[in-house]
Write a protein that binds this ligand. Structure first.
Ligand code: SAM
Ligand code: SF4
Length: 324
């Protein structure tokens, strides 16, 4: 059984949100005061997460799992969940707390990390994330590299008037340390509904601002289902990526399926609906029954996210709850 859909795509890459809570408040993601968090009894237990991940990898052809959130490092059972994950496992994180957890996570089988880093300037970090934690993030990144959670990939969202001038400095930082930087176009997924197309820094603008680095298309990688288009820096081997989800969507090649912290399958970041696995699981559904529900959820995946359509409606859940 595979997680295929009516457009011929097959989902093999599972994103699991382990919590909707976070240690930061990045303005493109959540408001400074936080959000109404999911009630504890609605959040999957560690055993439930491990069971559903086991169904995805054992019965449904999932070959890769990425834990995310909210901030996955806030989940007390994270190391054990990683240890029980039978396929290639990575983490998307703000790295706060990673200096303590990098070694245990590596020993539990974590392959690598993606760390969000939007600025190298402390005051900007505070303005952007509403917490004075840049030093913790940088320490976490260093610890990840030292623990062998490599390649360490850095994710940057540029915002006009906030950090849009920092692309070259961030790329230089990544090059100096051997990290792989990817810029992500800002998407309409913030809880405050503050996104506007006009205000978004586009992939084209990002690439223009990096013209001094002598970027050339990276012909060794076919974009395929990988959302990042990559460029060689100064002839390589260093690379930089741009995830142009808005201006150059890759929906036709999408291989993602998502599970929220409260046990809902989402077939797309931008889906308006989701499919509940938690209730049937707690009512005694078998693995085969849960697998069938997951397959049905993916079969209904739309061909594209439609951000450019005037009728586009932002999903009710914010990014922090869906799991980016
Ligand atoms: N807290 C972790 C982190 O920040 O890496 C994991 C969760 S976060 C929701 C996952 C990724 O989504 C981060 O790289 C973040 O920059 C990105 N993200 C959040 N809101 C976004 C938005 N509105 N547009 C584009 N990317 C966004
Ligand atoms: Fe937290 Fe990540 Fe959202 Fe920033 S992007 S507020 S670190 S969940």
């Amino acid at each position: 059984m595979l997680l295929d859909d009516r457009y011929g795509r097959v989902a093999t890459d599972l994103r699991v949100s382990l919590t909707d809570r976070c240690s930061l408040r990045c303005s493109y993601c959540m408001p400074p005061e936080g959000l109404p968090w999911l009630p504890k009894d609605e959040i999957l237990t560690d055993a439930e997460v491990i069971r559903l991940v086991g169904i995805a990898t054992g019965l449904l052809g999932v070959t890769e799992v990425r834990y995310t959130g909210g901030e996955p490092l806030l989940r007390p059972g994270l190391v054990e969940i990683v240890r029980q994950t039978p396929v290639h496992t990575s983490l998307t994180t703000n790295a706060i707390g990673l200096s303590r957890l990098a070694v245990p996570l590596a020993e539990a089988g974590l392959a690598r990390v993606n760390v969000s880093l939007d600025t190298l300037d402390r005051d900007r970090f505070v303005a952007l994330a509403h917490r004075d934690r840049l030093a913790d993030t940088l320490a976490g990144i260093e610890a990840a590299a030292a623990a062998g959670l490599t390649p360490v990939k850095l994710n940057t969202v540029l915002m006009r008037g906030v950090n849009e001038d920092e692309a070259p400095a961030l790329l230089q930082f990544a090059l100096d340390h051997g990290y792989e930087l990817r810029f992500i176009e800002q998407m309409p997924l913030d809880a405050q509904h503050g996104w506007s197309r006009d205000n978004m820094v586009t992939a084209t603008e990002i690439l223009e601002s990096l013209s001094g680095f002598g970027l050339t298309p990276d012909l060794s990688t076919v974009r395929g289902s990988a959302p990042a288009e990559t460029w060689l820096v100064g002839g390589g081997p260093a690379r930089v990526g741009v995830i142009a989800s808005v201006t150059r969507p890759f929906c036709g090649d999408c291989d993602r399926t998502r599970l929220t912290a409260d046990g809902q399958v989402r077939n797309c970041l931008f889906a308006r609906g989701e499919s509940d696995l938690r209730t049937p699981m707690r009512a005694g559904a078998s693995d085969a029954e849960l697998a069938a529900l997951w397959r049905t959820a993916m079969w209904g995946k739309l061909p594209g996210h439609g951000i450019d359509n005037p009728a586009f409606l932002q999903p009710d859940r914010p990014m922090s709850s869906i799991g980016g």
